[in-house]
Each structure stands twice: as structure tokens, then as C-alpha cells.
Design a protein around this ligand. Structure first.
Ligand code: NAD
Ligand code: ZN
Length: 244
């Protein structure tokens, strides 16, 4: 049905920007937050994604990383949705990939111009000495102590992600806004489009005259504004886009 419309919109666009959320990684076995089977049903978002709570009880957050996040990340590989976006970039059809995901799977799939708005869970920082570590390198430590201490100074470690109450990385956000305002086709994939300020990017693109395509399994608050809504899984919708 919308296949022809998607094809026409993509063919008439020279500057395509993609924007992804947790839905695109769901098929890689990483649970989403909202939506069916979302993490929020089992873990309190006020605790595991909140900066203030992290400083009060870092062990609670680190247990969530050790028991839920790390096992999912360690076993995850990019799926057809990730690889389709990398292929679009290689073909010169995709200028930028803005993501809210913190799993690093877009880079694993080969995407290069990736703007990570919420950081990356696989990078760990020491809040005391500033040292950087990979999550894998801390596996032993996570099993032995909670929260794991910095291998160099014994200080408090935190994954390099943006928690509620923290600002987004300014340069990355500005670049994402610039890309959204200057593209002629904006492809939003697998995001509930519910978290600000990231969710305002599709609206910004639309207001600046771009065509808006939304791919999501469930309704989003921006569906009414979109030119095309594909109520489909990210991998099957992006496979279709590649073919066109
Ligand atoms: P979200 O969990 O709010 O929404 C995900 C959406 O994807 C839901 O509306 C759901 O219906 C849809 N969906 C589920 N499976 C899908 C599939 N196979 N194909 C297409 N759509 C599918 O995610 P969000 O909008 O990215 O929320 C933002 C916050 O969640 C961000 O802060 C992000 O950092 C964080 N987050 C990241 C990850 C990750 O890195 N993989 C995982 C969970 C949450
Ligand atoms: Zn340290």
C-alpha cells in the first residue's frame, strides 16, 4: 500500500536523515522501555534511569546493568534494520543517523555518521579520576562488588549515558537539530517519540519542509503529522526501503 509513496518520497529526496529508538534493537534481543514487554514493567524508571537516584543508590543501577543490560548487550548483534541503515549510508542515500539508543549496534553494523543523543552504555567513566573503561573490561568487577569501583582510583563508575535530569551532549544535539532542519526526508524508526527533547526532532524536520516517515509497531503522538506511517517492524520496513 504505502510502498509507492515511500519510493516516491525517497526518490525525490537528496538529504535523508534517520532517527532511531529502542524499537530497532528489539529484534536484536534488547528490551525496549515503553511498549509491549518494555523494561518499565519490571524496573522502576525513577530508579534505573534517573541521575538523582543514581547518586543516592548507585548499586541499584549497577545491579540493573549487571543483570539486565550487560547480558543483553553482550549477546546482541545488529539485525537487518541496523544493517539496512548502514547500507543506505554506504550508497550515499543517508546523511546522518541520529539515535536515542545507547547500545552501540549502529556502529557495529557499519554506520559511520552516528549521533548518539543519549550516550553509550558500553563506555564507562570514573566520576572521580575521569578514567574510561569498556563495560566488558569490568565484567569480573561487577560480579565481585556493587557498585564496581574504578580500577585506578577506587572511585565511582558510571556508564556514559544520559540519565533523566542530565543534559544531552550539547554538540551532538546541535548537530542533530541542524541535520533535522536541513534534511528533505526524515525517517523515524522504532521510537515511541515520547521523550524530549529528542522526540521534537521529527516535528522540527516536518516544520522545515521535510517529508516525514514513521516506522513503529505502535501508535506515536506524531503519527498525525507524518506523511507516511508504517505500522511494521523496523527490520521488515527497512528491508522494503532498501529494495526501493
Ligand atoms: P521506547 O522504548 O520508548 O519505544 C520503543 C518503541 O518501539 C515502542 O513504541 C514500540 O512499540 C516500538 N517497537 C518495539 N519493537 C519494535 C520493532 N521490532 N520494530 C519497530 N518498532 C518497535 O524507546 P525510545 O523511544 O527509544 O525511548 C527513548 C529512551 O529509551 C532513550 O532514552 C533510550 O536511550 C532508551 N533505551 C535505549 C535502549 C537501547 O539502547 N537499545 C533500550 C531501551 C531504552
Ligand atoms: Zn577513577
Amino acid at each position: 500500500m504505502s510502498g509507492k509513496k515511500v519510493k516516491a518520497l525517497l526518490e525525490s529526496s537528496s538529504h535523508v536523515v534517520a532517527f532511531t529508538g529502542a524499537g530497532i534493537s528489539a529484534e536484536s534481543g534488547i528490551p525496549t522501555y515503553r511498549g509491549a514487554d518494555g523494561l518499565w514493567d519490571k524496573y522502576d524508571p525513577n530508579k534505573v534511569a534517573d541521575a538523582e537516584y543514581f547518586s543516592l543508590d548507585p548499586a541499584y543501577y549497577w545491579q540493573f546493568v549487571r543483570d539486565v543490560r550487560y547480558p543483553a548487550l553482550r549477546d546482541a548483534a545488529p539485525n537487518r534494520g541496523h544493517t539496512a541503515l548502514a547500507e543506505l549510508e554506504r550508497r550515499g542515500r543517508l546523511r546522518a543517523l541520529i539515535t536515542q539508543n545507547v547500545d552501540g549496534l549502529h556502529r557495529d553494523a557499519g554506520s559511520e555518521n552516528v549521533l548518539e543523543l543519549h550516550g553509550n552504555t558500553r563506555r564507562i567513566r570514573c566520576l572521580d579520576c575521569g578514567g574510561g573503561y569498556s563495560l566488558e573490561a569490568l565484567e569480573e568487577r561487577m560480579r565481585g562488588e556493587m557498585p564496581p569501583a574504578c580500577p585506578d582510583c577506587g572511585g565511582l563508575l558510571k556508564p556514559d549515558v544520559v540519565l533523566f535530569g542530565e543534559p544531552l551532549p550539547e554538540e551532538t544535539l546541535q548537530e542533530a537539530i541542524r541535520q533535522s532542519r536541513s534534511c528533505d526526508c526524515f525517517l523515524a524508526i522504532g521510537s515511541s517519540l515520547a521523550v524530549q527533547p529528542a522526540a521534537s526532532l521529527p516535528a522540527m524536520a516536518k516544520q522545515a519542509g521535510a517529508g516525514l516517515i514513521i516506522v513503529n509497531k505502535e501508535e506515536t503522538p506524531l503519527d498525525a503529522m507524518a506523511d507516511i506511517v508504517l505500522r511494521d517492524s523496523a527490520s521488515s520496513a527497512l528491508d522494503g526501503v532498501l529494495e526501493r
